[in-house]
Write a protein that binds this ligand. Sequence first.
Ligand SMILES: [Zn+2]
Length: 144
Amino acid sequence: MSSRLNDHLTEDQLETLRDKVLAEIERIETKLAAENMHLNIANSGRDEVDSANDDIIKHSELRFTTRETLYLKKLKKTRPMFDGDEYGICEDCGSEITFQRLIARPTSTMCIGCKEESERDELQSFHGRKSKSLGQQINLSARA
Ligand SMILES: [Zn+2]
């Protein structure tokens, strides 16, 4: 009767993973709310003279916040997947993502093989094609 797509994960494991995703969402939302409050307080009491400095501080805070916000987005996208049976299934090749991998990174949507491949592709397009001259080799021992 239990014929979930992701039946390589037990109910207990799914529960653990879902709890982890929910806890991460709560952690980041609390933190972002506290940061917003902090920014508002800082803004309300600021001097005109200090405003340039404030902007620099605000900018670096925002950059950090953006990274957290992106992670939060991923987590929120992951959450409803627990209602279906696609959580823990690689979106690329459809194979099972191991519990070990999911517990380390609950927002994983790719198996380790596909992830490595996509990272390799990214790296390759980043570096572009290797210069041809690098491939040429002068063999000094050829005459011996
Ligand atoms: Zn895969």
